[in-house]
Design a protein around this ligand. Structure first.
Ligand code: APR
Ligand code: PHB
Length: 390
């Protein structure tokens, strides 16, 4: 098989890239190791930045997003039994976030791609990426028990944090920056109307909690746990008890409902530098991971492929290589800004092992400052809705 751009992975990064390339008349084939059903059901985060929504709109991929997505113009920070609203839109010239599950984005992107005859091969696991310093890089993949090859002008490694693309970059070239936070989130989906209109980020001496949502009938809740925690340690009663305590506020109550999904996500930061080598370009989780606190993973993936698509379009139309050569440098400026923001939100909102009353008061002081100072609140808000320039 041969194509112009071989895309490994049908997550948000690979799928948005396929769409962007198509609008520039560039052909691609997406290889996805899992089956379509699995990819469309995988529950992930659900906050889209203004820029991500704008891009989906430009691509004509926002029909269902506009109907079902929930536009939020603020978030709540809750601590010491009180809620403080950060008015995101007022502080950012009208920008907002949209709450819409990542798997819904993925469903929309797959359907729209297949509808126009775009090629996505499910059950096709890339096993190696070869000849990346030549002009004919090659992806070897396993499909229906056979090893097949896909030759291309370029390869986009969009295969997430457990993929193979990153390891195709020689170890002596690649630098990995990593931080494992000593905290994790137990996330549940509860079949009950959200108890709040806007997201609530709660800091409590017992630890962090987050109230998010997926629809008017579905709440998405998270409670801080430890990275080595097991789901077996968390009965439904314990989950609800911790959530009630951490969100507690006079005159407000948390509605309970059946838990329909649960998982544990450790908080991690990982950055691979450079994000390119020869004709291989990494994008999204294949190149970097952010802790979930800033809700940035999907948005950062989309921002990478926007840069990549622009650079590839420039190469195909004019043969210029400058934008392609600058790909990694351009992306990494945003990656590090977002890593910093996610680290800062994580540090402010969680309780860490060994912390005592001194650190507790520092958390509270920081939170009061963010809520009380327009300058500090604006800093949070502009990062949260997504910076236009970095
Ligand atoms: N061959 C083909 N596909 C692969 C391979 C492989 N060897 N390895 C992994 N994949 C697929 C995965 O099954 C997945 O569907 O690559 C896809 C990567 O998608 P994501 O993990 O969603 O990563 P990305 O597109 O970068 O999106 C980033 O995803 O992890 C979340 O929170 C993160 O929201 C962020 C977003
Ligand atoms: C989610 O809805 O899954 C979500 C929302 C906000 C976050 C992280 C996850 O910061």
């Amino acid at each position: 098989m041969r194509t112009q751009v071989a895309i490994v992975g049908a997550g948000p990064a690979g799928l948005v890239l396929a769409h962007l390339l198509a609008t520039n008349g560039i052909e691609s084939v997406v290889l996805e190791s899992r089956e379509r059903d699995y990819v469309e059901r995988r529950i992930r985060a659900g906050v889209l930045e203004q820029g991500t929504v704008d891009l989906l709109h430009q691509l004509g991929l926002d029909t269902r997003l506009r109907r079902e997505g929930m536009v939020h113009r603020g978030i709540e920070l809750r601590f010491e039994g009180q809620s403080h609203r950060i008015p995101l839109s007022d502080l950012t010239g009208g920008r907002a976030i949209t709450v819409y599950g990542q798997q819904e984005v993925v469903k929309d992107l797959i359907a729209a791609r297949l509808e126009v005859g775009g090629q996505i091969l499910f059950g096709a696991e890339a096993v190696s990426i070869d000849d990346i310093t030549s002009t004919r890089p090659l992806v070897r993949f396993r499909h229906e028990e056979q090893i097949e090859t896909l030759e291309a002008d370029f390869v986009a490694g969009c295969d997430g944090s457990h993929g193979v693309s990153r390891s195709a970059i020689p170890a002596e070239v690649l630098q990995i920056f990593q931080k494992d936070y000593p905290v994790a989130w137990l996330g549940v989906l509860a079949a009950v109307a959200p108890s709040t209109e806007e997201l609530i980020y709660a800091y409590h001496q017992r630890g962090f909690a987050l109230h998010s949502m997926r629809s008017p009938q579905l709440s998405r809740l998270y409670v801080q746990c430890t990275p080595d925690d097991q789901l077996d340690n968390w009965s439904d009663d314990r989950i609800w008890s911790e959530l009630h305590q951490r969100f507690a506020m006079d005159g407000w109550s948390l509605a309970e409902g059946p838990l329909v999904d649960r998982s544990i996500t450790p908080m991690r930061s990982v950055i691979a530098e450079p994000m390119q080598y020869g004709r291989l370009f990494l994008a999204g989780d294949a190149a970097h991971i952010v802790p979930a606190t800033g809700a940035k993973g999907l948005n950062l993936a989309v921002s990478d492929v926007r840069v990549l698509a622009g650079a590839l379009a420039d190469w195909y139309s004019s043969g210029r290589t400058e934008l392609l050569e600058r790909y990694s440098g351009t992306c990494l400026r945003r990656v590090w800004r977002v890593e910093h923001f996610s680290w800062w939100m994580t540090s402010m909102l969680h309780r860490f092992d060994g912390e005592g009353p001194f650190e507790h008061r520092l958390h509270l002081s920081q939170l009061r400052y963010v809520c009380g100072s327009t300058a500090a609140a604006t800093s949070l808000a502009e990062n949260y809705v997504g910076l236009e320039q970095v």
